[in-house]
Design a binder for this molecule. Structure first.
Ligand SMILES: [Zn+2]
Ligand SMILES: [Zn+2]
Length: 275
């Protein structure tokens, strides 16, 4: 059963409607079994030709299924219908969901779209082919894009702030200690904090074995705290066995970084809860 104290919800999750491995109902049951009070599925907003996103014609069916589950499981937990809005998607997908996680999974450079989320080899090729091997330039382009989430009023949460480092263990593709990398990351962070956006401490890449540190890295997490940033905890779960993966460690990491509150959804808006 639960080994964490503050988190009562799992809002960043996927299902068979996008690239998740389980039906929404299996995810809802897993969340209820884990003792969570609130579950939300955050659909990958459609992007043409990207198979990991929801197909446009399936969005309505997703909403209907989430409404059905909301009623069917009302006695066990609250169910919400969210979106993980990718900045390459049509802006129309910012509307019509209970909450919005805004994420950058890919950047456009040298006339092509490059995924930060695909494979280590593809990330390496992006740095070589689109940025002439200049990893700092790649990081600058990525974080400038993430920074624009500050201009999206509908966005509640900033998804996996430093996703570009997904394949940085054990061998680094990016020099996260360079001045250019840090300036780019901190400039974006400052803008997003000022805009009131909530950051997620995302355990997904750890649960899938890519990383040992959550997003954002421990170092960026401390800096987020020092800037007065708001934090929530998410699992970015793609299967029924990981809806609350790493929550106890994430709560501890947040505490270690100085956070004393965690933001959670109350059904309408996000409110702080004591950590
Ligand atoms: Zn994502
Ligand atoms: Zn996700």
């Amino acid at each position: 059963m639960k080994s964490y104290k503050t988190m009562t919800q799992s809002l960043h999750t996927h299902s068979l409607f996008d690239d998740g491995k389980a039906a929404p109902e299996e995810m809802v049951r897993a969340a209820a079994a884990a003792g969570l009070k609130i579950f939300g599925s955050s659909l990958h907003s459609p992007i043409p030709d990207e198979v990991w996103t929801c197909r446009p014609e399936r969005v309505e069916a997703f909403k209907q299924e989430m409404q059905r589950l909301e009623k069917a499981y009302a006695e066990q937990l609250e169910v919400y219908c969210g979106v993980e809005y990718d900045l390459l998607s049509d802006k129309g997908y910012l509307e019509g969901f209970d909450y919005v996680i805004a994420s950058v999974h890919g950047i456009v450079a040298n006339g092509a779209t490059w995924s930060m989320d695909d494979t280590r080899e593809r990330s390496r090729r992006m740095i070589v082919l689109a940025f002439d091997g200049d990893a700092d330039a790649c990081a600058e382009t990525y974080f400038q894009r993430v920074q624009t989430i500050s201009e999206i009023p509908e966005a509640d949460i900033v998804g996996h702030f430093d996703l570009l480092t997904k394949f940085d263990e054990p061998e680094q593709l990016f020099n996260v200690s360079s001045k250019r990398y840090r300036d780019a990351a901190l400039t974006a962070m400052e803008k997003l904090v000022k805009a009131g956006k909530i950051f997620e401490l995302n355990t997904g890449a750890v649960s899938r074995g890519y990383r040992t540190e959550f997003y954002p890295s421990n170092r960026l997490l401390r800096e987020l705290h020092d800037l007065g940033g708001k934090l929530t905890i998410t699992s970015d779960s793609h299967g029924a066995d990981t809806v609350d993966f790493g929550y106890a460690e994430a709560e501890q990491a947040a505490r270690d970084a100085g956070f004393r509150e965690i933001w959670q959804f109350d059904g309408k808006k996000f409110v702080p809860t004591e950590l």
